[in-house]
Design a protein around this ligand. Structure first.
Ligand SMILES: [Zn+2]
Length: 434
């Protein structure tokens, strides 16, 4: 079978979880799938519609950013260095009330898609409001994305009366289910302290009816623990368990304050966790005990969170911080090795995202979500092990990105997004925010 794209003579990292580098590898893509990934000497058919010279490049699966709020790129750097409650109540919620509309959501999500593609993210999971515009932006950008419509018991963009939040979410699922193979609709319940018990249960019922994932911020701050645990006598995660919310399709974001018992519940229910350590650091929410989570058998992925609380969507930065902060948190330099973090940001993240075919490994039959990094640079030399991807590489090293067999970035140039038009639109909107 003739390949559509053949990446030749590349330093190949097919499975980031096991660290084996193939010095002279090649990857062949036909349609949306990989048909070969391995040593070049074992691939005989050198004909292809397009050949990408992989010399000086490292080729690996694309990164998976499992938690974000893409439209919030408009609020990047708007209100830094504040406490979470002050940041949300006095800055972010008022800015959202005044400035979030469908046009804003489309262009700011396009900006987020550009930033993610440029820094090697091929799959993301988003949760916000007016998500139909996020879905359009990501579909136009060619990004693989779980797009989750927000549910909260407060007036929100596109849902002025919270009584309509479940109905609006259902229409979103109706509109996007099965529409585009790269866009997987889902639900995003904001948190156990902003959604009533009945809202959480209705959201989960809806998710089950449509067979989609439910994402939720949970156990993010000590304040949340006191708000729920004091009156109810159970932790936020035990609260979700008691409400019947937890199963393998409920993705729990943050879990900073999850204790050992909580982690056993999450592992028992198969509920994945997404950690966003940079956001937790910046808002001083605390730090999740990742080694304990992994020891308890919890599936864990990584996310950047919205870039108002990070302020970057670069998963290379997130990986670096994730590995180092766990060492400090546990006062143990071997607490979480780089390869575990790399697997969380690729293979494990792809599995949690739930797309068919599992894109987190480069192997025959897998979806062709591939990134190429320029490793001929001083900060990446010498290149002994893939640990360098966690501790020294950055999103700026990414040169080429292929998603589902389609090149969306080539030699550092975005192919699916008009970046000048996007920057222009977002900067114009930002003038009104200041
Ligand atoms: Zn978030």
């Amino acid at each position: 079978m003739e390949a559509d794209i053949l990446i030749t003579d590349t330093l190949l990292l097919p499975d980031p979880g096991n660290s084996t580098l193939i010095p002279s590898g090649c990857v062949a893509v036909h349609g949306e799938k990989i048909i070969y990934a391995g040593p070049m000497e074992h691939y005989n058919d050198r004909q292809a519609k397009r050949i990408l010279d992989g010399r000086g490049m490292l080729t690996m699966p694309g990164l998976v950013n499992l938690h974000g709020h893409a439209p919030m790129t408009l609020f990047r750097g708007l209100a830094d260095d504040l406490e979470l409650a002050d940041w949300l109540s006095n800055h972010i919620f008022p800015a959202e009330t005044d400035h979030v509309n469908p046009e804003m959501v489309y262009w700011c999500s396009t900006l987020a898609a550009a930033e993610m593609i440029l820094s090697g993210t091929t799959t993301t999971a988003d949760g916000y409001f007016l998500e139909t515009e996020v879905a359009h932006a990501f579909a136009d950008a060619g990004l693989r994305a779980v797009v989750a419509q927000g549910i909260i018991d407060f007036p929100a963009p596109g849902v002025p009366d919270p009584k309509d939040n479940i109905e609006k979410a259902a229409s979103f699922l109706d509109a996007w289910q099965g529409k585009n193979p790269l866009i997987k609709p889902a639900l995003f319940a904001h948190s156990p302290y902003t959604c009533a018990n009945t809202t959480l249960q209705k959201a989960k019922q809806l998710a089950r009816r449509y067979n989609v994932q439910l994402y939720i911020h949970v156990a993010e701050t000590e304040h949340e623990i006191s708000m729920i645990q004091k009156p109810l006598g159970r932790t936020p995660i035990q609260h979700l368990q008691a409400l019947g919310i937890l199963d393998a399709d409920t993705v729990c974001v943050h879990c900073v304050w999850a204790d050992g018992r909580d982690m056993e519940i999450l592992a028992g229910q198969g509920s994945p966790v997404v950690l966003c350590p940079q956001s937790n650091l910046k808002l001083v929410s605390g730090m999740a005990d990742l080694p304990l989570m992994l020891a308890k058998g919890v599936r864990v992925g990584l996310g950047t969170d919205g870039c108002a609380s990070n302020n970057s969507l670069d998963m290379f930065r997130e990986m670096d911080v994730s590995a180092k902060v766990q060492k400090l948190h546990k006062l143990d330099p071997v607490a979480v090795p780089a390869k575990t973090i790399l697997a969380m940001a690729t293979t494990d993240g792809a599995s949690i995202s739930g797309f068919p075919g599992h894109a987190g490994v480069l192997a025959a039959g897998r979806p062709a979500d591939i990134i190429l990094l320029d490793v001929q640079q001083p900060h990446l030399a010498p290149f002994y092990t893939p640990d360098l991807l966690v501790y020294a590489a950055s999103g700026a090293d990414v040169r080429t990105v292929i998603i589902n067999g389609r090149p969306v970035l080539e030699q550092g140039r975005l192919l699916s997004i008009n970046i000048n038009k996007t920057l222009d639109r977002v900067r114009t909107m930002a003038i009104a925010v200041q």
